[in-house]
Write a protein that binds this ligand. Sequence first.
Ligand code: SAH
Length: 212
Amino acid sequence: MLSSYKRSAHVLVQQLKTQGVQDEQVLKVMESTPRHLFVDDVLKHKSYENTALPIGQGQTISQPYIVAKMTEVLRQVGVAGKVLEIGTGSGYQTAILAQLFDEVCSVERIKALQWQAKRRLHMLDLYNVAMKHGDGWQGWQSKAPFSGIIVTAAAKEVPKQLLAQLEDEGALIVPLGEQEQQLTLFVRKGKQFVEHRLAPVRFVPLVAGDII
Ligand code: SAH
C-alpha cells in the first residue's frame, strides 16, 4: 500500500502542475500528505483521483486541485502566521495548511466529523491545529485576528464576521453563491476590502446557524 500510494500521489501532483499549480511548497506537501487516510475504507482506491469524494453526513472532501489552488492563493497574497479554516470536514485541507502555516484554527459544525479529523491530524503528528465545534459564520473571535481565512463551503453572502477577524493586509478566500458559485478573494486594506473573483467552483453549502 505504502509504495503504491506514493506513486499515486506523485501522479496526482503532476496533474496539479498541468492544471497550473506552481507553488513548489504546496506541491511538495500535497505529494507527501496521505489523502487515503482522510476517506472511508471503501473509497480508498479513489483517494488520489483529482475529485471530491463523499465523507458522510452529506459532506465531501474537496477536490485536490481546489485544495492546492486555495492554499497557493493564500501564500501568493502573503498570508503567513495564523490561519482560520471554516469547514474542517475530513481534515485534509487542515493537514495541508498545518504544514505550511505556523498555526491553524479550524471550525466545523458537525461534531462527528470534527472528532474524526482530530484523530487523523494526531496520527500525522500535526499538533499546530486548534479545533472548534461551532458555527463558521461567526468565525473564531477569541483567536482573531487572522492573517488568512479559508472557507471550504459556499456562503450565500460574504460572512461579515470573517472579514472583521482579518488583520490588516490579511486575506479571506470564500466560495460565494448557491447554484452558481465564484471563488472570491478579499484582501483587507485598513477598513476597505479589495475583492477579486477567481474562478467558478462547486462546494457544499455553508449552513446557517445550527451545529450538530
Ligand atoms: N475542507 C474540507 C471540506 C469539507 S466540506 C475537506 O476537504 O474535507 C465543507 C464542510 O463545512 C463540511 O464538513 C460541513 O459540515 C462544514 N460546514 C458547513 N457549514 C458550516 C458552518 N456554518 N460552520 C462550520 N462548518 C460548516
